[in-house]
Write a protein that binds this ligand. Structure first.
Ligand SMILES: *Cc1c(COP(=O)(O)O)cnc(C)c1O
Length: 219
């Protein structure tokens, strides 16, 4: 199947208002251009070096999303152009994004990544630690970041009950945080190739789909 027809199939399965992030990590610029030619403008990458290289060579109307773990010493490289950081998992990282955004005269949209999956390898806030942090009001002092919502991943398992329970908990974290933010806190980034239909049933507004669009990645 071609990238264009994969995209068409996935789009057909998404309700209006759901954002499709095409996860292009490990795929070459040509594959991205194929998706771009089919109308896709939102792409997600997980490594800064690869993201910066692709940003430089690809059309400037692409909206780039950072979906992978982000180290503070890499923020400066993406601050001038990044549209949305899905993976804010610490106060220190958020403060760093705020500083770098201010340096560039930008306001950078961010999602708070929550850790609800069973694997320890996955990153993100523990939900109680996140509630505590948000309740301090520290975020309101940061004028160069805008918190758009929450991102999360489900446990990697065939057991759809476990996956659904993970997504329900992530959605609940988002609902619980709503009172601290304004109407721009509207995004729930959940769901990948294998589990996005379940994520949508649990209220996802943004799905991050890689292999179902571009095929298997070669690491
Ligand atoms: C790689 C990745 C995806 C896409 O995964 P697929 O299974 O290829 O759809 C989505 N979200 C994150 C955070 C990823 O790292």
């Amino acid at each position: 199947m071609s990238v264009a027809s994969n995209l068409q199939d996935i789009r057909a399965s998404l309700r209006e208002g759901i954002t499709l992030v095409a996860v292009s990590k490990f795929h070459p610029a040509e594959a991205i251009l194929e998706a771009y030619g089919a109308g896709q403008r939102v792409f997600g990458e997980s490594r800064v070096q690869e993201l910066v290289a692709k940003y430089s060579e690809l059309p400037k109307d692409i909206e780039w999303h950072m979906i992978g773990h982000l180290q503070t010493n890499k923020v400066r490289a993406i601050a001038p152009f990044i549209s949305l950081v899905h993976s804010v998992d610490s106060a220190r990282l958020l403060e760093c994004i705020n500083r770098e955004a201010e340096r560039c005269g930008r306001v950078i949209d961010c999602l708070l990544e929550v850790h609800e999956a069973q694997e320890q390898t996955k990153s993100g806030w523990d939900s109680d630690a996140l509630y505590e942090y948000v309740a301090t009001g520290a975020i309101a002092q940061m004028k160069s970041v805008r918190i758009r919502g929450v991102m999360g991943m489900a446990t990697f398992t065939e057991d759809t009950d476990v996956v659904r329970a993970d997504f329900e908990r992530i959605a609940a974290v988002k609902r619980r945080l709503e009172e601290y933010f304004d109407n721009s806190f509207d995004t729930l980034s959940m769901g990948m190739s294998d589990d996005y239909p379940i994520a949508l049933q649990c209220g996802s507004t943004m799905v991050r789909v890689g292999s179902s669009i571009f095929g298997q990645r070669e690491y």
